[in-house]
Every structure is written in C-alpha cells, then in structure tokens.
Design a protein around this ligand. Structure first.
Ligand SMILES: Nc1ncnc2c1ncn2[C@@H]1O[C@H](COP(=O)(O)OP(=O)(O)OP(=O)(O)O)[C@@H](O)[C@H]1O
Length: 711
C-alpha cells in the first residue's frame, strides 16, 4: 500500500451520537493521524466518541491502540477492527480503529500503565489465489491432464441421452412397423452407447487418479510449509494461540481444503459442462419443452439450494458440537492423572455426556431435515418426469416429437437437474474450502519478529561466556500493560554461578527467557561477551551456547538415547553415554531391560520426576554449553531425588557460566553471587554471607523459609 493511498483512506468521522469535539482536541487528533499514517500502521481510524479528553490523554489512547494491535499481531491475527475502552480519569473514551498492522511494532516500548480494556475483533483470514498458485504450480501438468479428462467425460455424458433416444426410436420403430431385424437395427446405437460408457469410465478413472495425486501433493506441501512456518514463530505467538487450534489448521483445515479443491475441480467442471451441453441438447430436441423446463427447473433447484444451505448450517453446528465434545474428552484423557488424583471421573463423564447429548440432538434434527428434504426431492423429481412425459406426450401426439426424443429429453433434463444441484452444493463447498485455505495461508505468511537463524557467531575458542543485562524493560506481548522487568541490570561473570531469588511471579524466569532470546526486551540490551544477542545467530545461541534445564523437563515419547541426543543430533552413542554418566543417569538407564533403547512414553510419563530431570540434564550437557540456566531444576523433586540431581548439577556447573533461579534458598548458598529481585529489578546482590549480614530482603526471605520449614 502506497503512502498516498494510506493518506487517502485515513479519516476521522464523528457518529451521530458523538458529542461535538472541542477545537484543540480536533487538531490534536489530526496531528496524531498524521503520525499514524507516517508510521504506516493504520489504514483507517474512526473516532466514535470522545468525552472531554485532554490532548495528552488522546495521545496515550493512540499509544494503547497501537499496543493492542501489536498484541493481536503477536497472537498472529491481523484484526480489521479493534475496539478500545479507556478509563482515563473520570471520563471514558471509545475508539474504533480499522487497522493495517505492521508486525514490526510488536517490539515497541510499552511503558504506559493506564487501565485498559481491549476487545479485538479478529479479521477473517483472506484467501490468496497467488499463494494457492505457488502450491499448484509444481502439479500443473497433472492438473491440466485431470481437467482435460474431466472435460472429456462431461462431453461424453452429454452424448449419452441422444444415443439413448436413438435406441428408443429403434424399439418404437420395431413395435410400429414390425419390419427389419431388431438386432441389426439395435447393434449400431447399442455398440456406440457401450463404447461411450467404456470411454467415459476410463476418462473418469483417469481424472480421479490425477486429481487425487494433485490434491495429496498440494496438501502435503501445504502441511510441510505451514508446519515449518509454525515452528519459526515467536514464543509469544504460542503464548497467544492454543496448540489444539494450531494442530487443527494442520489437520482438519488442510483436509477440508483438499477435499473441496478436488471436488470443485472434478465435479464443478463436469457439472457446468454438462449443464451447458445438456441444455443445448434439450433445445435441439424440443425448444418448446426446453422453454417450460427453463421456467420450472431453476425455481426447484433454487428452493433445493435454500433448504440445502439450511441443512448445511445445521450440519456445521452439529460438527462443531461434536468437536466440542471431543475437546472435553481430549482434555480429560490428556490429563487423566490429574482427573484421577482429584477423583473427577464422574464430573468429566457428566461434562462429556452433556456435550454428547447436545450433539446427538443436533444430529437427530439434521437427520430429520435430510429425511424431509430427500422425501420432497423424490416427489418433486418424479413430478418433473411426469410433467415432462405429460407435456412431451402432447407434443408427440401433435407429431412434434418422437418417443426417442422424449427419452433423450428426459435423460438430459435429469442430467441438468443433477448438475445444477451439484453446482449449488459445490458452491457451499467452495466457500468452506476457501475459508479453510485462508486459515491455512494466514499462518504461512506470518513472519516472526525473532528469526530462527542468521547473525554472528563467536568462535568456540574465544567464547568467554559473560552475560550482561543492561537497563532491561520488558512486558510479555500477551500482556502489554503488565511490566515484568523494570530497568533491570545484571551481570553473569564468565565461569561463575549467579543465583536469582525473589518472590514468586517476580520475573526470575523471565530473565532466563530473555537470555534464551525467547522474547526481545522492550528496551535495553542483553549482551554476550560484549555483543548484543540480537546480532547473534539465535539457533547457535540456543543450540550450542546455552543449556537450559527447568522445573518440568519435557521429554519426547521416544527412546532415552534419542531424548539425550536431542541436545546434539550428531552425537555418537559414546557421547550420549558420557553425558548420561555426568548427569547421574547412566545407572538407572542401564537398569532398564532395554537400557538406552527404553521408550519413555508420552512426555516421559513412564519415568520418575528425578529420572526425567537427569535425562534432561544429560540432554543439556551433551551440547557442552558455555552457559547453563537452571530454572528451579530441583524444586519439583523429593529430598532423595533432589540430592542425586543436585549432585549431577554440581558436577555440570563446574567451569561454566551458570544462572540459577531458585525458590529454595538452601540450594544456592554456594553461588558466587546471589541477586535478589523485587519489583522487576535487582535490589540486593552479594554472597550469601554478605547478604545475610546486611539484614535486608534476602535475610528476610531466609528467615521466612526457615520458619516455614519448621512448621
Ligand atoms: N508467557 C507469558 N505470558 C504472559 N505473562 C507471563 C508469561 N510468563 C510469565 N508471565 C507473567 O510474568 C510474571 C513473571 O513470571 P516469571 O515466570 O518470570 O516469575 P518467577 O519469578 O520466575 O516466578 P516463580 O518463582 O513462581 O517461578 C508473572 O506475573 C507471570 O504471570
């Protein structure tokens, strides 16, 4: 979009019930509008209601609008309309903005703390033919072949009623004249008809084979491209989108698109060719009867289409209800241990039953609707046949038509009916296919603000491993008004252990997330060996430099060997075993009947917490990271497992830069530096003894934990 078109479409309108704006405010908004058009963020603004706001309040309002849009962009949606209700002082102000989002604004500094209520209406994703073309292009020859074969089959279908008519004429002549050989007269048209049937069958199989090849390959390419795009997205994107919703796009949406694509090409082409062709045939057989058909048929097909669309709506709702019920079952079965632990089986069953009963009711209603529709269609179709015979018979009586012509007319008009009905169904299918395709394309074109790769790398031999957090301010993109880190300054000296402590929810893990570059700070820099990590290759940083072990290690449902090798795919078996030994895991792994080939179950469900944690440590150690982050690595374990894991961790931290995030202060007393976090920044730093002697917040935390321990 050019700057001039942006300026053209930028406008403010006052709605009927909006109070008259004061002059200074008007000019202020105009200035702001200029600002926005220049930042290329907005396509159109509509200021609906402004009650006695000061200029600066309006400026803040625009700031919030921008943040809301950034938030939506981080969630992966591009809203066309965002309604914001701001409560600034006593007055309320409502603005509706039509937005053209520039995703780059996700990283804007977010510093305002005005209470804000945001409702974002998600824009329906758009279907882009150019994107589809990119997927179809490699299959174009097969697709053209399919189109030609389908067209050929449709042309043959048009011939069939005429030849049937010829056959009936032979029979009628035989009955009338009783002369000549029946078999000889029938042979010609019968042979012709048989040949047509065979060719038509061959063409039909041909185009179905080609189309399913095209459809499957296009769908496979789409799946791979969408999955690659999803894997590339920012962590913030996954904060904002449910996994089930994303998986649905990869599975159900692509499936729906593929079915529609195949159906629209094969049936659409066939039905439209047949409709046109058979209409020509009808006209050639009997212009009078065709005139009658032209009046009656569209009315009936139109009525059928209306009822059909009602039934489709009903079917969509029933399907939604089925997936709702599936969602309940999915959640319960996926969290079966929690359900069992709370003895909630009956409640889950009840929830599921309610949803299943609703879906049953809807499907029953749908079934009744379909039954009525089918019954009516049968009556109507038979009436059409009756009407055609009636009208055709009177034409035959007047010698304007032969019996064969009437037969041809009947078959051709039935073909037209079927084709028109299938076109009306296909239209709905096409709409559904396009919206499924649009949902798939939406995430394909989404560019992450933090790329996966690209940027500099520090050679391993010169990597020191010093980390500096300088003046960091940060809010999570999903909660723009909630400031987690405020002017945080922290240094992790090379080969030293730094522990961060502080109240729960204070932002300790957020510091680790910024070092991993899961998010970028709103302002300030994170430096590795004096280089801004934004200039370094994120995949190198995460894959080679930093080892991350957190409270709830997630393992993949494969073998122990593969899980450890996840840290370094090229590692030999000997390296895996050595990492397992360092992590105190070799003993229990070799105790399993299948040793390193033991499959650990979904998310490592067949292992104990301590065993999972030690495999996670081995997975982190196998890449020999310069920096190790231990985020509450032992807090989920019992005392016995904790001591085994702690022993592994103590061994792992030697010679590395280590950042420990801990609740239990007893585990970090040996750290070189302990930093106490409060209110988003570091308020105290020093060794355990120094901090104790100061008698500040750390001493208070120690005192509290000791008294809790005693209780
Ligand atoms: N992905 C996220 N999106 C939005 N807010 C988040 C996200 N992760 C954490 N938060 C919020 O950020 C704040 C800091 O969370 P963080 O996990 O950094 O705290 P913490 O100090 O490590 O807490 P704890 O000691 O309980 O683990 C919390 O208020 C939390 O609700």
């Amino acid at each position: 979009m050019t700057m001039s078109s942006l300026l053209r479409c930028s406008r403010f309108t006052r709605t009927a019930n909006a109070p008259i704006l004061s002059r200074p405010l008007h000019s202020h908004i105009n200035k702001t509008r200029e600002l926005w058009t220049h930042t290329r963020c907005f396509q159109q603004w509509q200021c609906l209601r402004v009650d006695g706001q000061s200029g600066s309040a309006v400026m803040r309002l625009f700031g919030h609008a921008r943040k809301a849009l950034c938030l939506s962009a981080a969630r992966g949606s591009k809203p066309s309309k965002v309604s914001l209700k701001f409560l600034i002082g006593p007055a309320a102000l409502t603005v509706t903005a039509r937005a053209f989002i520039n995703v780059a604004y996700c990283q804007e500094d977010i510093n305002n703390n005005v209470p804000v209520e945001v409702q974002a209406t998600e824009k329906t994703p758009e279907f882009h033919w150019t994107v589809l073309w990119e997927f179809v292009r490699p299959q174009i020859l097969a697709l053209l072949g399919a189109v030609i074969l389908a067209f050929g089959a449709a042309l043959l279908n048009i011939q069939i009623p005429m030849i049937l008519g010829e056959l009936v004429n032979v029979v009628a002549r035989q009955m009338r004249e009783q002369a000549g050989s029946y078999v000889r007269d029938m042979r010609g048209p019968a042979f012709k008809l048989l040949t047509l049937y065979c060719i038509q069958g061959a063409l039909t199989s041909g185009y179905i084979v080609l189309l399913s090849r095209v459809g499957e390959r296009v769908a496979a390419d789409m799946r791979k491209t969408l999955f690659a795009s999803l894997l590339r997205q920012d962590v913030a994107f996954f904060d904002a989108n449910k996994t089930g919703h994303l998986v649905n796009r990869l599975t159900a949406d692509i499936q729906e698109f593929k079915s529609s694509f195949k159906l629209v090409i094969s049936q659409g082409l066939r039905s439209s060719t047949q409709t046109v062709g058979c209409f020509v045939s009808l006209y050639m057989i009997s212009p009078k009867l065709t005139g009658l058909t032209v009046v009656v048929l569209p009315c009936l097909v139109g009525a059928g289409a209306i009822i059909g669309s009602f039934l489709r709506q009903l079917s969509r709702k029933a399907q939604e209800q089925v997936s709702k019920a599936t969602g309940v079952a999915d959640e319960a079965l996926g969290n079966v241990r929690t359900v069992r632990a709370f003895a909630m089986e009956d409640r889950e069953l009840q929830l599921y039953s309610v949803e299943v009963d609703k879906s049953c009711e809807m499907n029953e209603a749908l079934g009744s609707g379909i039954a009525v529709f089918q019954g009516l269609s049968n009556v109507v179709l038979n009436c059409i046949v009756l009407g055609t015979i009636f009208a055709g018979g009177s034409l035959m009586a007047g010698d304007e038509m032969s019996a064969g012509d009437l037969m041809s007319f009947l078959v051709a008009s039935q073909t037209v009916q079927r084709s028109l009905a299938s076109i009306s169904i296909l239209f709905g299918q096409m709409v559904r296919g396009c919206s499924a395709g649009a949902r798939v394309f939406e995430y394909m074109s989404l560019e992450p603000s933090i790329p996966l790769t690209g940027g500099g790398r520090i050679p391993t031999e010169s990597l020191i491993g010093r980390v500096d957090f300088m003046n960091i301010n940060f809010c999570y993109p999903t909660r723009p008004g909630h400031h987690i880190l405020k002017n945080l300054n922290l240094t992790l000296p090379s080969s030293k252990t730094v522990a961060i402590v502080g109240q729960s929810g204070g932002g300790k893990s957020t510091v680790a997330a910024l070092l991993e570059r899961f998010y970028d700070p709103a302002s300030g820099v994170v430096m590795l060996d004096g280089l801004d990590i934004k200039t370094l290759d994120p995949s190198w940083l995460r894959g080679k430099v930093i080892g991350f072990i957190n409270q709830e290690p997630v393992l993949f449902g494969t073998s122990v060997l593969e899980n450890i090798r996840f840290g370094k795919p090229e590692a030999s078996d000997a390296e895996v075993i050595s990492a397992a030994k360092q992590a105190n895991a070799h003993g229990f792994i070799t105790g399993f009947p299948d040793g390193y080939n033991t499959v650990v179950g979904e998310r490592g469900a067949t292992l104990s917490g301590g065993q999972k944690q030690r495999i996670a440590i081995a997975r982190a150690l196998i890449k020999n990271p310069r920096i190790l982050i231990l985020d509450e690595a032992t807090s989920a374990l019992d005392a016995e497992s904790e001591s085994v894991v702690q022993e592994a961790l103590d061994r792992a931290t030697t010679g590395r830069t280590v950042l420990i995030i801990a609740h239990r202060l007893s585990t970090i007393q040996g750290a070189d530096l302990i930093c106490v976090m409060s209110n988003g920044h570091i308020v105290e730093a020093g060794s355990h003894l120094e901090l104790l002697s100061k008698g500040g917040l750390y001493a208070e935390l120690i005192r509290r934990q000791r008294s809790e321990g005693k209780k």
